[in-house]
Design a protein around this ligand. Sequence first.
Ligand code: NAD
Length: 491
Amino acid sequence: MTGVPYQEWRSRAERLDPHTGHHIDGAFTDGGGTLPVVSPRDGRVLAEVGDADAATVDRAVAAARRAFDEGPWPRMSPADRGAALLRWADLVERDRDTLALLVSLEMGKPVAEAHGIELRAVVGCLRWYAEAADKQADEAPRTGPDALALVTREPVGVVAAVVPWNFPLTMAAWKLAPALAAGCTAVLKPAEESPLSALRLAALAAEAGLPPGVLNVVNGRGGVAGRALGEHPGVDVLAFTGSTEVGRHFLRYAADSNLKRVWLELGGKSPNIVLPDAPDLDAAADTAAWGIFFNAGEMCTAPSRLLVHRSVAGRVLERVVARAEGMRVGDPLDPATEMGPLVSARHRDRVLAYVDAGHADGARLRAGGSAPEGCYLRPTVFDRVTPAMRIARDEIFGPVLAVLEFDDLDEAVRLANDTDYGLAAAVWTADLSAAHRVSRALRAGTVWVNCYEEGDMSVPFGGMKRSGHGRDKSLHALDKYTDLKTTWIRL
Ligand code: NAD
């Protein structure tokens, strides 16, 4: 809980005075046209922000390039970089209320979750990499008496981070914190839906003393500003989180430009397998419901396919449906709200089209399926889903659960892996051997046993198959932003 009452959040929303434009070379600036930022809470236009053209993106990349090639950041001691990142983390914590409000208003998640989950994750991530900055050593392999070889890690250069709106600051922090800790400089392009929180983050970085050009934010449309970053010869690494479709574009942009490295965190259609010997079936059902409705289902890791053993399906489903029907859907600024609106009217229509597809393909609607008003949608559950149905195959990115039943473990694993995606999965069982066997057999970057969405900064996160490649979080993320250099010295 935030401790801030509903009325106070509403009055702060009325007084909102966000930064606009872009943040380049340490200062706010205009460039290109403007784009409205519409709140899905009530359709209000929160602000007009920059809509970068290629020339504005050039300016941002040039600033990052200068800061990398000539500036102090890559040259200062890792401990000093860490200290600057810690100051940044402290300022984000200081302004946690404001940042949570911006996130909640621009993309619709409950302000209590923006504050308690998203901002907590952002502060934790910045601190984790700040502290890691000087905790690693280079290598001196045993090359024999006549030579000394040094294998050193060097920052890779200018990193462009293109991120989505669903966890706008967390996704940005997962990329920026390791990249900056490694000594790279960065250009962040937030999603069109969530530029305001990103601009605030950049202002705090400047206040923390990160030198001009180390972190730049350009706003704008994916097909223009995102593409210009993807094709830019001055960008060394493109770190992307978003849809599989746009991930493909980035591989093409890189192939057609400077062969920059591209790291992709993409979509998912994660299976959540409930075996009849789950230690607590009620907990499994509650977690299944919480997992798919959390953040209005706008989660890459959402457990959108519930695979449940036929012998316990009735009991589990009954509880999932009760949870769905009991969810408090409403104003994201109300601290009692459990699910806010979807991010936009366009996205709501896309999700509703999947509800229609569920009906048309023969699934049975057990809960929800309707949009009461605006961008709000009731938590939705379909059972009698079969693997070929669209709601079983496509990433819906909304609060829509597809329930499939199975008769034995082999069938469960087959169903679970019957997807183009490979981001996450879960299995509920009290049998240790079954837990290990199933988690080995699942093609997913993360497998949870008897839980969902758990973890911390020390473990890597990312996908297999069409969910992408490369890992965020943990020390492994630093590999994406560093190059290995060998220096061979004849003695
Ligand atoms: P999106 O792919 O539409 O957009 C993501 C970003 O790419 C935005 O900044 C957008 O402006 C930009 N973009 C869009 N079209 C572009 C183009 N042609 N060229 C360059 N850039 C372009 O995704 P979204 O709707 O913002 O987010 C939802 C998607 O993100 C889902 O598929 C979800 O699974 C995925 N996601 C993945 C993870 C993960 O870690 N694997 C985390 C969160 C979200």
